[in-house]
Design a protein around this ligand. Sequence first.
Ligand SMILES: CC(C)(COP(=O)(O)OP(=O)(O)OC[C@H]1O[C@@H](n2cnc3c(N)ncnc32)[C@H](O)[C@@H]1OP(=O)(O)O)[C@@H](O)C(=O)NCCC(=O)NCCS
Length: 421
Amino acid sequence: MTSRVTVHRIDPQDPAGAEAVLDLDQLVWADDLRTPREVALADTPTRAAWIARVDGEDAGIAASWDIELSVPAAGDGASLRPVEGLTWVGVHPDHRRRGVLTALIREHLRWTRHEQGRPISVLKASEPGIYGRFGYGVASSTMMSSFARGTTFAAPPAVRELADATTLRTRTASPEQGRRWHELARECARTGAGHVVRSAQDSERLLLDHPESRGSREPARLVWATREGRDVGVAHFHRSPKWSEGRAEGRVGVFFLLSADAGARLALAERLVDIDLMATTEYWVAPDDVLALWLPSPRSVGGSGMTDNLWLRLVDLPAAVAERGHAADVDLVVGVRDEILPDNARSWRWTATGGTGAVSRTDATPDVTLDIGDLGAVWLGGQTLAARTAAGFVAEHRPGAVAELDAALRTAVGPVGTIDF
Ligand SMILES: CC(C)(COP(=O)(O)OP(=O)(O)OC[C@H]1O[C@@H](n2cnc3c(N)ncnc32)[C@H](O)[C@@H]1OP(=O)(O)O)[C@@H](O)C(=O)NCCC(=O)NCCS
């Protein structure tokens, strides 16, 4: 007999629902249970959480954060759009590989499109093999970097001048600074595509210290960068002290480094690689991050190489196209495959003029055929359709059509690395 998977939305006001979500999460993620239950419960996302049941038993969970994503704008820079951030995904060990995750994602995507009216869902993946089949593409990548103490960044004099005019102040992270972080994050997000901005409420919650869950690590710190009385950057980090044969070999872990301009980024980065008793500073750097460009080569970035950062799923293609800037005029027909959301799966006439794009239904023969995940992969400028054509994922039926769409979706610089969520 085949089991039936049903998916149920948790009522945010229902404490039993939050308890059930937390129980499954702790089981799936092998939680050490050091965090007091009331603290863990307060962290459980209930704004949008789902439980999947198999024959009446709790079998899986998923949730969604309310976030904003910076997408390429017409002209330079990026604009912030509300999207859903899929999170807290887990399936009970007794119910794996029976379609529980599939049912949860289908419901998340349906809800995102039809109840939230949001055109995009994003996530950070625990493993690379899980989400491609659901139409998510790797929209940004990042290098896991390790900077040695005293690393020098070869920034040109004009940038250094700005850095020298920047004041840095270190504070212990606390919820009272959440709104300030949120507002600055929204401002910095307009500098490029790929920024994830958490809601003001989540920003406050994330800065709350939980001594039980951080183990022997110090409380998180914020270093604020200001210039002429204005916030121009902030870094969130913690130090893990370590001694080896009498030498201080501590480690600085950076959770985020936000900057409104290159001078603020330089000032913050140089502070983070020059902290007493610390030997290395670990941070995630996108390939186009100015920090990587100020080093002689990617090899100097250290760390353990490139990894996927943000996965992006277009949930409502016409709405997503309308709110994304286009770098060149275009007029072609794109055949889109989407096995989960049939509204996306058809031929679209894709036009753009003066930076604004639109798609409309057509029965014309496609110039290009692709998967919805191919568009997710190129949406923030981290990949090109030409590369995905070379890999055999995208099919070009009229010579030049892929180059035309690539030109329209091109961004001036690649997407930034973003925070975990
Ligand atoms: C990853 C996880 C959620 C998968 O749940 P599940 O209910 O077993 O997944 P499904 O049965 O719906 O699988 C759907 C498909 O994805 C595949 N798949 C599932 N997990 C996979 C993984 N980790 N790697 C590669 N493929 C995977 C399945 O084989 C299946 O393929 P098929 O459609 O070709 O048969 C579950 O194993 C889990 O809870 N893992 C630990 C927590 C975790 O990693 N969560 C993800 C957070 S980002």
